[in-house]
Design a protein around this ligand. Structure first.
Ligand SMILES: Cc1ncc(C[n+]2csc(CCOP(=O)(O)OP(=O)(O)O)c2C)c(N)n1
Ligand SMILES: [Mg+2]
Length: 804
């Protein structure tokens, strides 16, 4: 059969040939990248080979202002969309820490973890509409999904809330699409399903592509997906006469022309209708196997390997280009050669850019470590260290610093003028290097701007003669009211938050007043409640994501720990996520409403502040502080204080409780009692009982667990009382042990102790139900009394004889 020859315009031809070039360039990067790992120049590699062609199609419809939330296979998309240069690809592979070379993460993440920079050098928002945006990838499979929901939801809120239409550096009236990508096997994760359902329910412009290569490392899709076909099982989500769900489109990964067509159709629809779209891209291949950790020959059959060769997307595109008469063999050969050359050049220059500064540091160090200035030095040993370092062709910073630290042990500081001795010189150099390495590898856990939460100044709550007493929940509600009035970017959402204003009525009446684009209900889906907050925060909103009870935070903890807590750090200051996660805890009833597992968070969400207010005035003050800052935080409201009366401050929305500053609630000279949250009231009860026994307790509310007492208030208290009890409702060895380490080790409280330091906690098991269950599971005022009394007895048995 003879094929009819179609004539193509010049523009079409050059666009298609440019795509062919990008596909080849990307493939060359994958091939070279793997070799760099195998020859030891890079630690680990995971690449985008086999997934090139659909990503060209996706890049065509990705506009400035749009967002991506994807995974490590998207290298071709990043190149085609102009969001990554080949040099940057290699810089990431090598772990180059220079932000100019490696803008996505400054060497902090393994390769192909993509990100664009939303913040300028001063940590301030750039114009997000002038650039194409990619949220920062994480490694956990499907971890990109919760965040994707929020990135898409932002467009919906920007569109529907006309008050935000003037924010032209964030949005064009909500016209932006959030593109997601995911591997076929990762769709097995709960996050995928939760996110798909949430997007379908909310009808947001989310366009998710599944790169279906039939495998998750060595596990084929018969173990991953029901009916081995994700679009088939998702068909119940499809738009039909019963309602709106998803538009689902399918194409084969080697069919360039069809892919271009479906992406145009799908994204135009998504952008216009705000109807989510799912692209199921099948027959994807993986020519080099999963990653540099192993070879796919181990688990793929001969037939499959042969099929992957035959259906390689680039190979198929070439056949199509020739058969359709778009290009000649010579033209394509030339393009392929150009791609090979470009990739090699990029590799070479990226390697030089990465290595040369390190070599320079090494040479500088070898110069400084000149033994001639020290006669008593252990010269042969030093010589050996220096020689070993000098011959390294590709030194690492570790090699240099470790040599310097070893040499320091072998030299004195008295042979020459101590200020210019070998020891002093090496030490000076080492300190400078360590400071630079701190910036390279340890900076940006927290904001480095003037809006850092710890820099937001305290503003005390003010009261007048007219200030009335009101239930705590009303203080929160009225404080939110002022916040919502003043800042249209603040939104709150969660289970039961919208219509009824929260299970404890802290948003009572506010949805009616500010509308459903500001305060709204969600499904029961903690991971994507937090994820949608994260996505909104990345796009400039100030979201307050509500988790109904602290014990249910576990469902969303992965998003907090892997994603939010690392956003600023893993982008080397390129993106921020100032979300507030608001929940309630600290003693209610039983296993899943005890609200006490603080150690669940203190070690897993470093990078997020943790506020543990004792009452609602403090809670409101934290919200005010946090909204003035540019950092994420978890606020745990004390569950049993919503109905307790507190004085209503006059300066609602304005007063601010400082982050990292404990409050001494009662001064005392005998012992420091350190606690937080609802335990403060129990402590107050105990303190009163102790006072009648002549024991003068200094009661301290830590207020925030992360950061913990940044100015050493507790250490100073201990210096005065010489005794300390850390008290909370967490498990033994939990948050109390954390506080103890901070005070005794970091604040050097150990040297102030006259008595053994103690912790008082709940039992190892979760709390039992009811008032009695609580009494026998959690520490109570009698326990605090006895713990403190016994400590006093140990110090002074005569004055404080044993009670029992
Ligand atoms: C939560 C989690 N579990 C396991 C892994 C290890 N892992 C990395 S990639 C991968 C397979 C992913 O397969 P698929 O989603 O099909 O993507 P592909 O690599 O095939 O493109 C696994 C199991 C991980 N990164 N995160
Ligand atoms: Mg796969």
């Amino acid at each position: 059969m003879t094929k009819t020859k179609i004539t193509h315009s010049k523009d079409y031809k050059s666009e298609v040939l440019n795509d062919y070039y990008i596909a080849n360039l990307s493939r060359q990067l994958s091939l070279l990248g793997r070799r760099e790992v195998l020859t030891g120049k890079a630690k680990f590699g995971i690449f985008g080979d086999g997934k090139e062609i659909p990503q060209l199609a996706m890049a065509k419809v990705f506009q400035k202002g749009d967002w991506r939330s994807g995974y490590y296979r998207d290298q071709t998309f990043m190149l085609a969309a102009g969001m990554m240069e080949p040099e940057e690809f290699f810089a990431q592979l090598y772990g180059d820490t220079n932000p100019e070379n490696s803008p996505a993460n400054g060497g902090r993440l393994m390769n192909n973890h993509f990100a664009t920079r939303s913040l300028d050098k001063n940590g301030q928002w750039k114009n997000l509409m002038e650039q194409k945006n990619s949220s920062a990838d994480i490694s956990p499979t499907a971890g990109q999904m919760p965040r994707l929901v929020g990135l898409a939801l932002a467009s919906k809120l920007f569109k529907e809330n006309t008050e935000l239409h003037h924010l032209e550096t964030y949005t064009n009236k909500g016209n932006e699409v959030a593109f997601g990508t995911i591997g076929d096997s990762s769709t097995s994760e709960g996050h995928f399903w939760e996110a798909i359902n949430a997007a379908g329910v909310m009808q947001v412009p989310m366009a998710i592509s599944v790169w279906d290569d039939g495998w998750g490392i060595s596990v084929p899709n018969k173990y991953q997906t029901t009916k081995q076909n994700i679009s088939e099982v998702l068909s119940g989500f499809e738009n039909n006469e019963k309602g709106k769900g998803f538009k689902i489109l399918k194409a084969k990964a080697w069919d360039y022309a069809h892919l271009v067509e479906i992406y145009k159709e799908g994204i135009a629809h998504c952008r216009k209708e705000h109807n989510p779209v799912l692209f199921h891209i099948t027959e994807v291949t993986q020519p080099q196997g999963h990653s540099t950790s192993g070879s796919h020959e181990r688990y793929k059959s001969e037939d499959r390997l042969k099929w992957e060769k035959d259906f390689d997307g680039i190979f198929r595109m070439k056949i199509w280009l020739l058969e359709d008469g778009i290009a000649t063999t010579d033209e394509l050969d030339e393009i392929e050669t150009k791609a090979v050359k470009r990739a090699k050049e990029a590799k070479k220059s990226a390697w030089k850019a990465n290595l040369n500064p390190i070599k320079k540091e090494r040479d500088e160090f070898l110069d400084i470590a000149n033994i001639a200035t020290c006669q008593c030095s252990k010269t042969p040993q030093i010589d050996k260290i220096k020689k070993d370092l000098a011959i390294l062709g590709e030194p690492l910073r570790k090699d240099i610093i470790s040599s310097a630290r070893k040499i320091l042990r072998l030299v004195c500081d008295h042979c020459s003028d101590p200020e210019h001795s070998l020891k002093a010189n090496v030490l000076l150099w080492l300190n400078k290097q360590m400071a630079e390495n701190e910036q390279r590898y340890n900076s940006f856990l927290h904001s480095q701007t003037r809006e850092a939460a710890t820099l937001i100044k305290e503003i005390p709550a003010t009261y007048s003669d007219q200030s009335k007493f009101a239930p705590g929940r009303e203080i929160l509600r009225d404080n939110w009211d002022v916040i919502y009035k003043n800042n249209p970017l603040v939104v709150a959402f969660g289970e039961d938050v919208g219509k009824i204003g929260g299970v404890n009525q802290t948003y009572e009446g506010l949805q009616e007043k500010y509308g459903e684009t500001r305060i709204f209900d969600t499904g029961i889906r903690e991971a994507t409640i937090i994820g949608q907050g994260l996505g909104l925060a990345l796009r400039g909103f100030r979201p307050v994501a509500e988790i109904q009870y602290f014990d249910y935070l576990l469902y969303g903890l992965q998003v907090m720990s892997d994603d939010i807590a690392t956003t600023l750090y893993r982008t080397n200051g390129g993106q921020k996520a100032p979300i507030i996660i608001s929940t309630r805890g600290h003693r209610l009833e039983g296993i899943w409403h005890s609200g006490s597992p603080l150690s669940m968070v203190i070690n897993s969400i470093r990078g997020i502040h943790i506020c543990v207010p004792r009452n609602m005035t403090q809670a409101a003050g934290f919200y005010n502080t946090l909204l003035a800052s540019d950092e994420p935080a978890l606020v745990i409201e004390p569950l049993n204080a919503y109905r307790l009366k507190e004085r209503m401050p006059d300066n609602l929305g304005e007063f601010r409780v400082p982050i990292g500053k404990p409050e001494i609630l009662r001064e005392g000279k005998d012992i420091s009692l350190v606690t937080y949250g609802s335990c403060v009231r129990i402590a107050e009860d105990a303190v009163e009982q102790l006072t009648s026994y002549g024991i003068d307790v200094e009661l301290i509310d830590v207020q925030t667990l992360l950061p913990f007492d940044t100015s050493g208030v507790i250490g100073r208290s201990l210096n005065k009382t010489n005794k300390v009890l850390f008290f909370d409702e967490d498990v033994p060895g939990g948050a109390t042990a954390f506080m103890m380490q901070k005070v005794l080790e970091e604040q050097k409280g150990f040297f102030s102790l006259d008595a053994e330091p103690r912790t008082l906690t709940a039992k190892d098991h979760r709390a039992s139900y009811g008032t009695d269950g609580d009494y026998f599971s959690n520490p109570n005022a009698e326990d605090v009394f006895e713990a403190i009394y016994n400590m006093m007895h140990e110090v002074n048995p005569t004055r404080f004889p044993k009670i029992f």
